[in-house]
Design a protein around this ligand. Structure first.
Ligand SMILES: *Cc1c(COP(=O)(O)O)cnc(C)c1O
Length: 371
């Protein structure tokens, strides 16, 4: 009896197999050098990542959540400060505002790109507002020119959440090069993923880079010299070595994601009830996730699961409506787009190694459902 074929949401092992000799060699080198925490492999990756993004300083740390927290700590967020962020994201974006001592202020997304709606930002600004954290959700940059214009006019900093947007571009510029700093995650499933936790902050501000590096390493860059109290959030050599190998493939993998997205776009266009991802002019999407909308999303998800096709909901509850934020007392009408999208979004299988036959299976199943 043949085992029914399934289509996974992503396949990290398939990716490893394409680069196995290089990864295995890189790991062996780290072990041979006993360069487990920081060290030459970490320095090399920081240099390479900073170069490919075109932002002068890269401060690596333990994960993307710490990257957001470390950046906000360096920006001097203090009790009572308000930080505006998108109602539609992963909780790391907003929980780190609280961690840093600030107050979370959510702003609705626009109706098509799932990114913060610049037209709704100004009404959220109060005398206590200090900054804005746009999220380049699913891999599409937020409307950075509009956001930067508001921030400049109102004297606010901008911290970009780039966890899903490695190599994305907006108006020809890298996502991560607009704000005073940008936080990246290298969680295994991200477009550039380690084999464990990893993250970094990019910034053009050398003084801020030094403060962030110190804070992440117990408040000092030299043994025994603690300029302040800090935290322990370091990148390890093994992850850095893996990331250096994978970074060389990232442009190629990004192109593969775009090709797969183009195939979905064409094959799923015009199906009844189905809305495809929309990309705004001037924005280069990197398709960390390929997210469709359907009014009967839960039925569609089950229909695909029954046919061996794995999908994910990113995210089933928008941030303001999570129990973690019940203190804010959000009502659906306060964030109409984020609220509407939470029951409609569905992320389809998307990974650079996805075979044509796998994608065809997904397409045919969705077509059958929408008939
Ligand atoms: C993954 C992610 C983070 C956090 O990154 P970790 O490395 O998992 O801590 C932050 N923001 C967004 C939007 C993410 O998707």
């Amino acid at each position: 009896m043949s085992v029914p074929e399934t289509v996974p949401f992503a396949d990290l092992y398939a990716q490893y197999l394409t680069i196995k000799p290089e990864i295995d060699a890189a790991m062996a080198e780290v072990i041979r050098a006993s360069a487990f925490i920081r060290g030459p492999f970490v320095d090399a990756f920081e240099r390479e990542f900073s170069e490919i993004l075109g932002v002068p300083h890269c401060v690596s740390c333990a994960n993307g959540t710490d990257a957001l927290y470390i950046a906000m700590h360096a920006l001097g967020v203090k009790p009572g400060d308000e930080v505006i962020t998108s109602a539609h994201s992963w909780i790391a974006t907003s929980e780190t505002i609280t961690q840093a001592g600030g107050k979370v202020v959510f702003c609705d997304t626009d109706s098509d790109t799932f990114t913060i709606d610049p037209a709704r930002i100004e009404e959220k600004i109060s005398p206590r507002t200090v900054g804005i954290i746009p999220v380049h959700l699913y891999g599409q940059p937020a409307d950075m020119p509009a956001i930067m214009a508001i921030a400049a006019r109102r004297g606010l900093w901008v911290l970009e959440d780039c966890a899903q947007a490695h190599l994305a571009r907006c108006g020809g510029r890298s996502a991560g090069s607009f704000g005073v700093a940008a936080a990246f995650s290298f969680y295994p499933g991200k477009n550039l993923g380690a084999m464990g936790d990893a993250g970094c902050v990019l910034t053009a501000d050398s003084e801020m880079a030094e403060r962030m590096a110190m804070f992440a390493r117990h408040g000092g860059l030299k043994k025994g010299d603690h300029r302040m109290e800090g935290i322990n959030s370091r990148l390890d050599g093994m992850q850095a070595a893996v990331l250096s190998v994978k970074l060389r493939r990232l442009p190629f993998w990004t192109a593969a994601r775009r090709r797969l997205a183009a195939v979905y776009d064409k094959a799923l266009d015009g199906l009844s009830g189905l809305e495809l991802p929309e990309v705004s002019a001037g924005r280069e999407h990197v398709y960390h996730l390929y997210v469709v909308r359907h009014p009967r999303r839960d039925e569609l998800k089950k229909y695909l699961a029954d046919r061996g096709i794995e999908t994910i909901i990113n995210y089933p509850v928008a941030l303001p409506f999570l129990p973690a934020y019940s203190r804010l007392g959000a009502r659906p009408g306060d964030f109409p787009n984020a609220y509407r999208h939470q029951s409609m979004v569905l992320s389809l299988p998307m990974f650079p190694e996805m075979a044509e036959a796998q994608q065809t299976r997904v397409i045919e199943a969705i077509r059958a459902f929408c008939k």
